[in-house]
Ligand binder design. Structure first.
Ligand SMILES: Cc1ncc(COP(=O)(O)O)c(C=O)c1O
Length: 394
């Protein structure tokens, strides 16, 4: 037994979150792709069966009221709120992240008002955010300024309307400084929209504490909501009366069943809704969120950093020198919950890793991505993943 195998055993034995693993459906595969699609929480299948069989099958239309379908978007938003540091009443669940980026960004530009005609966007962003920012800029008559996050502060000014940023970079795993960037955007008199896809459920976000204006995120990564589970939109409570949605639908109407021809927005978080919620996915997500009972995001963050530190150490030990280069920052304050390794032939290497029971993913052109979900990844998994990678690259 190598000393790293021994260390992994000790770390697993001391892990306070280890028991959570039993709440997921897992096998002997090392699953390091929870930053793309979280594993299945074990309580979800029975819940979905109940939603389909009883709520839909037996109660049918009555379930909109009696099974709480109508209020699910806000109720589940409040369930996500503590995970991202938000008080209740500010998050609504529904639609995809892409759609919520659109709502938030256009609403931010509308809040900024006359004379502010620039949208700043992270030039290294996940592509969908960039595409939507470009379209939102065209629609609102703004100029789009793509810049790398380290240069955002230097381009802000009295023409900046809105800034769209990622909390954690999807490719490198770099964690951006949300408090400092939010403060800089506010100092310029503009509004910030944060994309939390790669941070929510992996590390503390502190939306209220840092005065974030608007935020969006998906629920199928670290929140384990399932493939295509609905995203969420955060609108800070004092901004809600000014949130002018570019997608006003009957679900965000003050009186949805009044069937009135003129639009009057609902107060509060429901103002971010659009059309009929995707109930099956939404209630699967609600069940999935129960694994967070009794878990603090701080303990998840502590384990996440320990996992990524240990992985980097194992990679250094097992992988031949020069075969990979880590793109993920070493400093804890700059690291999310994934490790990205640049590697020649990364696509083929990942395929071989998967064949050997280690699942991460590949991002073009040459990146191996490994996501560490503290609720179900253990230190022995980490050691095995690095050892197999080392064997493949030797
Ligand atoms: C940072 C980021 N933003 C947006 C998206 C797209 O989200 P959706 O497919 O829910 O629109 C993703 C998807 O992985 C993402 O990683």
């Amino acid at each position: 037994m190598s000393d790293l195998t021994g260390r992994a055993k000790e770390l697993d034995a001391a892990d306070e979150l280890a028991a959570k693993r039993a709440e997921f459906v897992l096998d002997d595969v090392v699953y390091l792709d929870g930053n793309s699609l979280g594993a299945l929480p074990a309580n979800v299948p029975d819940r979905v069966a109940d939603v389909v069989g009883r709520q839909w099958g037996a109660l049918r239309i009555r379930s909109w009221e009696e099974s709480g379908w109508w209020t699910a978007p806000e109720r589940i938003g409040d369930r996500i709120a503590p995970l991202v540091g938000a008080a209740p009443g500010q998050i609504v669940v529904g639609d995809s992240t892409s759609v919520n980026v659109f709502k938030a960004l256009v609403a931010a530009v509308r809040m900024a008002g006359e004379g502010r005609d620039e949208i700043v966007v992270d030039a290294t962003t996940f592509p969908t955010d960039g595409y939507i920012a470009e379209s939102a800029a065209r629609m609102t008559g703004c100029r789009l300024r793509p810049v790398v996050p380290s240069e955002v502060a230097s381009v802000l000014g009295d023409r900046t309307a809105a800034v769209l940023l990622n909390h954690v970079d999807y490719r490198t795993g770099r964690l951006h400084d949300l408090p400092a960037l939010t403060a800089a955007v506010h100092a310029a008199g503009a509004y910030v929209v944060w994309d939390l896809c790669h941070s929510a459920g992996a590390l503390p976000v502190g939306l209220d504490e840092h005065g974030v204006d608007l935020a969006v995120g998906c629920t199928y990564k670290y929140l384990n909501g399932g493939p295509g589970s609905p995203a969420y939109l955060y609108v800070r409570s004092d901004l809600q009366p000014r949130f002018d949605s570019p997608l006003p639908g009957w679900n965000s109407h003050a009186e949805p069943f009044g069937m009135r021809p003129e639009y009057e927005p609902a107060p509060g978080a429901p103002r971010g809704r659009v059309g009929t919620p995707d109930i099956l996915s939404m209630l699967a997500l609600e069940a999935a969120l129960e694994v967070w009972d009794g878990v603090s995001v701080e303990s998840v963050r502590a384990k996440s950093l320990a996992l990524t530190d240990f992985f980097l150490e194992c990679v250094e030990r097992y992988v031949p020198e020069g075969a990979v280069e880590s793109l993920t920052p070493v400093a804890h304050e700059e690291r999310g919950s994934q490790v990205a390794l640049r590697c020649q032939g990364a696509d083929a290497v990942m395929k071989r890793l998967v064949e050997r029971g280690v699942v991460g993913d590949y991002r073009a052109p040459d990146v191996l991505r490994f996501g560490f979900t503290p609720l179900y990844v253990g230190f022995a998994d980490v050691e095995r993943a690095a050892r197999v990678l080392g064997e493949l690259l030797s």
